[in-house]
Design a protein around this ligand. Structure first.
Ligand code: IVH
Length: 700
């Protein structure tokens, strides 16, 4: 549970990096800013939840995601009256997606609390004993200890010993029915033997083995389809396929470890139930053991940890459960987690390697992202050769607000230089992080990295706005990298989602000049199609059939829902959920376009009015400063002839922090206060803050 820990300086740095720079001091926010921040955080965290749970394509590392949740919790703690109905702190996982039938779980599918070390575990065991009023002299408690499988949970309902329904966890209360897909899981019995009860819901984890994961990604890559970041995402994506034939072609496996509705239990201990599951033919993890007392639990944790590198599937910890089911019943549940179980997480996996170079990637919105090119190294079973370096402050070791970003917090500034020996960490994370640099191994000739102030792709100036961690290329549409990235975004999953036209194909078409802007996609067939079909066909990766299919897929997308179109435009700060909000509000493209054009002129008028008012204020402030300077110059001239009369005035008008000219010059236009029907209409949408609204209007 990310929110349990306090919001730290490392979180603040992460938040700043993720577009919440102004909010990174949650206690200092006024009400309006806090409300605005909570709205944006709800939308942003919701988007990442969907990326993770529904699309199986997380964009954030677990640590960054947790930082956003902690920021949300910290702002909520400071402004409890502003907590939103849709607050992320009240959600687990994502709501079930629209495409599968839903089912309400008879018994909620909950999550587990975590412990990270021996002391935490001791606290957990003590709290269980206290809850059960067991004194210090009472016998040690028995727990089962089993690996925590890194997959997704699945509930299997057996009626009259036949598998009748399989459901995912969903949001814990309601899941998706994936029965046909579950039937393709290796080793899952369709029927239970006569010794099993007439009704039981068996729960466990669906996962994909390392070997199957690598083979699947190789096949996906060869077919020009998206590859998966890790086995868990591959398993989730495969189980949640609408076409069970696709699931069948993706080898999934299962371990049973729990149950839901079960009026007729086969045993009265956790270990006994697991043995019964195994007897009925369900796969049960062989590393499960009954442990009596803390020492035995720790010993089994160590044993599983030692076997982890050679296991053919991912695990991320050990789950302990009170063995006696009557005691489990007495202990019961907190809101989201049982009192009778906890997960003991493994520490992050680390490895040392050499930072060979730092490359700069230019993103869709012009952001310059430094990428570490590493000497390939295996971290926890995965070969890593790249890692994100986030932004220039990260390379320098400090965040924009002075907080140390990397793990070497106590050590102070350690800039990263090509040639450095660095420590990589993968904490069940999607993206490995560089967490340390060993200065004793730095080559004598290692030069500090100079972050470019020009775009490496188009040469335009790259600027960093005040308060932002990111430097951006100002080239806009003249920057080929930005144009290509926008095109990739335009065809991405949440936008036009054109089958057979993924990032790789866009890159190739763009390089050859066949597609330079979105409209070109829709004229591709006319330009290179019938009669000239051969042109597309002859391209690498396209046969006659796939070229034809590509044209069909493009035609199919000539009409798409408005929210996909808005999302596809790639406007800064507008993710899928914001696009849906905008689409719902404006209904159709002409209405949307008209409203945004109107808002744009309202903003322009307000900016003009404000700028001239500012100039006037500045002028009069300068005039009065000059007057008083002249006065004092004259005063001092009367004292003696030492100074030239015009010099002090010039020095004085240089902005000094508290003088009227400086105040006038640094005053900021409050966009959230600008009047105007179209602009107010946009700002009044719940979930649209001033930052996003400005980005949308700027686009028009
Ligand atoms: S027991 C009421 N046992 O971990 C608790 N969960 O962080 C029921 N998981 O949602 C869960 N291995 O998806 C349990 N051996 C194991 C597990 C396990 C993996 C997953 C499961 C759960 C999540 C909680």
């Amino acid at each position: 549970m990310a929110e349990r820990r306090a919001f730290s300086t490392a979180d603040a740095a992460a938040a700043a990096r993720l577009g919440f720079a102004a909010e990174a001091a949650p206690d200092a926010l006024d009400r309006d800013a806090a409300a605005d921040a909570l709205a944006r955080l709800s939308a942003e965290i919701g988007r990442h939840d969907r990326a993770y749970y529904e699309n199986d394509a997380p964009e954030l590392s677990d640590a960054d995601y947790d930082a956003l949740r902690r920021l949300n919790a910290a702002i909520e703690a400071a402004h409890p009256d502003l907590i939103r109905q849709d607050s992320p702190s009240a959600r687990i996982g994502a709501a079930p997606s629209e495409k599968f039938a839903k089912v309400r779980h008879k018994v909620a599918m909950l999550s587990l609390g975590n412990v990270f070390d021996e002391e935490d575990l001791r606290d957990f065991v003590d709290s269980v004993r206290r809850f059960l009023s067991l004194g210090a002299d009472a016998a040690p408690l028995a727990f089962t200890a089993e690996p925590k499988i890194d997959g997704l949970s699945l509930a299997l309902r057996y009626e009259d010993r036949r598998l009748v329904q399989a459901a995912t966890r969903g949001d814990g209360a309601e899941g998706e029915v994936v029965t046909a897909n579950a039937r393709t899981i290796d080793g899952l019995p369709e029927r239970l033997p006569a010794s099993a009860p007439a009704l039981i819901e068996i729960r466990g984890e669906v996962y994909m083995s390392h070997g199957d994961f690598a083979a699947l990604n190789a096949r996906q890559e060869a077919a020009g389809q998206k590859t998966f970041a890790n086995p868990r995402n591959a398993a989730a994506g495969s189980l949640r396929q609408l076409d069970p034939n696709i699931t069948a072609a993706r080898p999934l496996a299962f371990f049973a470890y729990a149950w839901g509705e079960a009026p007729d239990m086969p045993a009265d201990t956790q270990a006994g139930v697991l043995s019964a599951f195994a007897e009925w033919g369900l796969p049960v993890n062989p590393l499960t053991e009954r442990c009596v007392g803390l020492e035995a639990m720790l010993a089994h944790y160590a044993k599983i940890g030692a076997e982890r590198p050679t296991l053919p599937y991912d695990i991320d910890g050990v789950v302990y459960k009170v063995d006696d089911l009557a005691l489990q019943e007495r202990l019961g549940f907190r809101t989201r987690t049982p009192r009778w179980a906890t997960a003991h997480k493994f520490p992050a996996e680390r490895a040392q390697t050499v930072l060979e170079a730092i490359d700069i990637q230019v993103g869709r919105t012009g952001s310059l992202t430094p990428v570490a090119r590493l000497r390939p190294v295996t971290v926890g079973g995965v070969v890593v050769s790249n890692a994100t370096l986030h932004n220039e402050d990260y390379i320098r070791g400090y965040g924009s607000d002075g907080a140390v970003v990397r793990a070497d917090e106590a050590g102070g500034a350690k800039d990263l230089r090509p040639g450095d020996t660095v420590t990589l960490q993968r904490a069940g994370d999607v993206i490995p992080q560089i967490v340390d640099v060993d200065l004793s191994l730095r080559p004598a000739d290692a030069e500090p990295f100079v972050f470019p102030d020009r775009c490496p792709e188009c040469g335009s100036p790259a600027l960093r706005e005040e308060g932002e961690a990111v430097r951006r290329c100002t080239g806009g549409l003249i920057c080929p990298a930005q144009v290509a990235e926008r095109l990739k975004h335009f065809v991405s999953r949440g936008a036009f989602d054109i089958e057979g036209l993924g990032a790789k194909q866009i890159e190739a078409f763009f390089t050859d000049g066949w597609i330079r802007e979105p409209a070109d996609i829709f004229t591709l067939e006319a330009r290179h199609g019938p009669g000239r079909l051969a042109q597309v066909q002859n391209r690498e990766g396209y046969g006659a059939r796939s070229a034809q299919k590509l044209f069909e897929a493009i035609t199919e997308r000539r009409r798409i829902p408005l929210d996909r179109l808005i999302y596809g435009l790639g406007i800064r700060h507008v993710g899928e959920s914001s696009a849906r909000l905008l689409a719902r509000t404006y209904g159709d493209w002409p209405t949307f376009e008209r409203a945004m054009a109107a808002a744009a002129s309202e903003i322009a008028a307000a900016e003009d009015a404000w700028e001239s008012a500012r100039q006037t204020a500045l002028q009069s402030a300068q005039d009065s400063a000059q007057d008083s300077a002249q006065d004092s110059a004259q005063d001092s001239a009367q004292d003696g002839p030492a100074e030239k009369a015009d010099e002090p005035a010039l020095t004085l008008v240089e902005p000094q922090p508290d003088t009227p000219p400086a105040k006038a010059a640094s005053a900021k236009l409050r966009y959230d206060k600008i009047e105007g029907e179209a602009w107010r209409g946009l700002l009044d949408i719940d979930g649209v803050g001033a930052v996003m609204a400005r980005a949308v209007v700027a686009f028009f």
